[in-house]
Design a protein around this ligand. Structure first.
Ligand code: G6P
Length: 594
């Protein structure tokens, strides 16, 4: 989720690159850097924001250059890991957005062939591959290098002695901005809106050679004629990628987040966590600790571990954990935190560490405080999450939990195979829900008129109900409670009636029969009922006032589809009520006090 930029023209490139890089910084980057072709390649980069980098730079003459704002994935934020990255000769510089899944293998091969690496990044293999294949034509060398790469990329390459930018994309956005005797390359339209609103969108598999007067786009060696588009966004809108709110943008990013996170784990040579290195005896049980939305991921984690690893597991609130007994030496402990900075989670981790326990953390932020405390970090690839209400980080955390459980599962090979196949289908299924958002927005219109709402679920859908209620209350300010469906009759029944809608999460797993009975009980008390049901469920419509249909999945993966539908429901309800969705009152993205 980095930002990339390229410029070639007649003006001095340095101020243009810095301005474009600053335009990309709304995502919250941790490092920045640029390279300019001025006879040779000059690179300046560090783990600082763009304005700090700008202060440190000398004036560099040159009319072609590339820039990058980094959100650390492979390797902590540091000068060495910041982009651009160069080959051994220092003549080739490159900026990259994406994940190279086979970088370990490539790095080993290239090292054996005499290449020296200076960073921990996956990206650095690319300039070295280009160097290896370079025989006087940069475009051909890039083409040859890309044939060896598995993974996603948007990249721009610059060579000291060739007046051009070579750009390519696969599964990561890239645009070319058209100017007058100058051209731009960017990962995102907002980066270049100060200079032009005429753009060409590169598609997967396309490679372009950009000079100041010309753009040549090719795919598999064939020259393509690309359509020019006029962008009508304002700068402010465009920073949200055209979405009205970051929350909606982040909800929509989930197919990619799932693909990136899983792709990363699938490519790992080592297991995701080496429990045997962390505990001398085999694990007897597992404990997850977390806060907020991450706590709900922890609760889903309990069901995932119990189903796939067949050991007991539990999720606990980090803020309550200090009042509990320490877990046994044979308990595997995993903290979950998007930011890696939540004070209650850090405090629980420190207490565990103080008692000699090994702690693993699942986090979205490289080099966060949590990963410094933990013995091992499992990173998720959600990218920067700006909206206070967590959405894509939750889905990414679930991917980490599924992969963790599968790595320790004893399921037979054919079941394992079918689970992995199903996991790989999830981006597509989530996209189906996103494509159905108009129907969900209609339900939201209906829901927005009420002041109190219950969300109910059973089994693995119970934490989904908790998360659905949390999303709704934090962004729409409607009082919402998540409940285990079987518990409604032990109190909340007193509140049911025409003014209290209930949202029932009803996948057709082995909880469905009991859930259907609960739905009937609710309807008998005249509460409006919205059901989240799988496609093909013909009967639920007879009981529910509204049905949100989600794609069918393996029962253990149903939280992914259901949560995305509930995120959209919360978003559109809040929008209907005119709430400040990205920054709800009194809430903060990262809570650094206990
Ligand atoms: C805050 C945020 C929530 C988040 C919680 C835990 O309350 O508003 O969205 O779920 O912190 O954050 P963490 O970074 O530890 O996952």
């Amino acid at each position: 989720m980095c930002g990339i930029i390229g410029y070639i023209g007649e003006r001095q490139a340095q101020p243009i690159l810095l301005n474009c890089m600053a335009r990309l910084e709304y995502r919250g980057y941790d490092s920045s850097g640029l390279a300019m072709a001025s006879g040779n390649i000059e690179v300046y980069k560090d783990s600082v924001r763009v304005n700090e980098l700008a202060k440190r730079l000398p004036k560099i003459e040159g009319t072609a250059g590339i820039g990058h704002t980094r959100w650390a994935t492979h390797g902590e934020p540091s000068q060495a890991n910041a982009h651009p990255h160069c080959d051994c000769t220092g003549n080739i510089a490159l900026v990259h957005n994406g994940v190279i899944h086979n970088f370990r293998k490539l790095r080993e091969q290239l090292t054996a062939e005499g290449h020296n690496f200076t960073s921990e990044t996956d990206t650095e293999v690319i300039p070295h591959l280009i160097e290896k294949y370079y025989q006087g034509n940069l475009e051909k060398a890039v083409e040859a290098a890309l044939l060896e790469i598995e993974g996603s990329y948007a990249l721009v390459v610059l060579r000291a002695d060739e007046p051009k930018l070579v750009v390519a994309r696969r599964d990561s956005p890239l645009i070319i901005g058209l100017g007058d005797r100058e051209n731009f390359v960017a990962s995102d339209v907002p980066a270049i809106l100060d200079y032009t609103n005429r753009v060409i969108y590169l598609e997967d598999g396309e490679i372009a050679v950009v000079t100041k007067d010309d753009i040549q786009v090719r795919q598999n060696g064939r020259k393509l004629v690309k359509k020019e588009h006029q962008v009508s966004w304002s700068i402010e809108d465009a920073q949200k990628g055209g979405y009205q709110h970051f929350m909606l943008k982040e909800i929509h990013e989930q197919p990619k987040v799932i693909r990136d996170t899983l792709g990363d784990y699938i490519s790992m040579v080592e297991p995701i966590v080496n429990f045997s290195a962390l505990s001398s005896a085999p694990l007897e049980d597992m404990l997850f600790i977390a806060c907020g939305t991450s706590y709900h991921a922890a609760l889903v984690g309990k069901y995932i571990i119990e189903e796939l690893v067949k050991i007991p597991a539990r999720g606990e609130l980090a803020s309550e954990f200090n009042y509990f007994q320490q877990p046994s030496a044979r308990t595997g402990v995993v903290a979950i935190t998007q930011s890696g900075e939540t004070a209650d989670t850090l405090s629980a981790m420190k207490r565990l560490k103080g008692a000699g326990k090994k702690v693993i953390v699942i986090s979205n932020v490289v080099s966060s405080s949590a990963s410094r405390i933990a013995d091992q970090t499992i990173y998720v690839r959600a990218g920067p999450e700006i909206s206070v209400a967590a959405t894509k980080s939750f889905t990414a955390q679930l991917m980490a939990l599924y992969w963790l459980a599968l790595s320790y599962s004893n399921v037979d090979i054919s079941r394992l195979d079918s689970l992995v196949t199903e996991l790989r289908q999830l981006p597509h299924k989530v996209q189906q829900i996103l494509d159905n958002e108009e129907a969900i927005a209609k339900c939201a219109e209906y829901l927005s008129k009420y002041d109190n709402v219950f969300f109910i679920g059973r089994g693995i859908s119970f934490p989904v109900a908790l998360e659905g209620a949390l999303k709704l209350k934090e962004v729409s300010y409607i009082h919402a409670e998540g409940y285990a469906a079987g518990e409604l009759k032990h109190g909340p029944f007193a509140l049911l009636g025409v003014n209290t809608p209930v949202i029932a999460i009803a996948p057709q797993d082995d909880t469905y029969k009991s859930m259907f009975t609960n739905i009937k009980e609710i309807k008998a008390r005249k509460s409006p009922l919205i059901a989240l049901a799988e496609e093909g469920n013909e009967t639920i419509g007879e009981m529910a006032d509204l049905v949100i249909t989600v794609p069918k999945t393996e029962p253990i993966f149903s939280p992914v589809a259901n949560v995305v539908a509930l995120q959209l429901l919360a978003y559109y309800t809040a929008k209907q009520r005119g709430c400040p969705i990205d920054m709800p009152r009194n809430l903060a993205k990262s809570v650094t006090v206990e």
